[in-house]
Design a protein around this ligand. Structure first.
Ligand code: H2B
Length: 101
């Protein structure tokens, strides 16, 4: 049964992760993470700029850390206290954007 706040069960989260290349469950809290690598800073920032537009439209925002060609991303739904379908949807959007960078 889906929980009221939209939290995915660990089983639901792991099933979604099997369809997301390079994503894994955070070892630190109920969140999903991926470290993206690009050719250089310009590609990293282009990726981040495009993701930012999607995130703002969805009112669902990533935690991320960028150095040069690396963008480390952590997704969780703060209001729910863990991973929800919003995080899976944003991860899928990031995959689609990264594929075209
Ligand atoms: C007030 C505003 O809608 C909320 O704080 C939104 C904004 N962006 C958000 N982003 C994420 N990742 N989790 C949230 O719970 C969240 N809540």
């Amino acid at each position: 049964m889906p929980s009221e706040n939209g939290l995915l069960s660990p089983q639901e989260r792991d099933a979604a992760l099997t369809r997301l290349d390079g994503w894994s469950a955070s070892g630190e809290r109920d969140a999903i993470t991926k470290s993206f690598r690009f050719a250089d800073f310009s590609e990293s920032f282009g990726f981040m700029a495009r993701v930012a537009l999607v995130a703002e439209k969805a009112d669902h925002h990533p935690e991320w850390f960028n150095v040069y060609n690396k963008v480390d991303v952590t997704l969780s739904t703060h209001e729910a206290g863990g991973v929800t379908h919003k995080d899976i949807a944003l991860a899928e959007a990031m995959e689609a954007i990264a594929a075209t960078v």
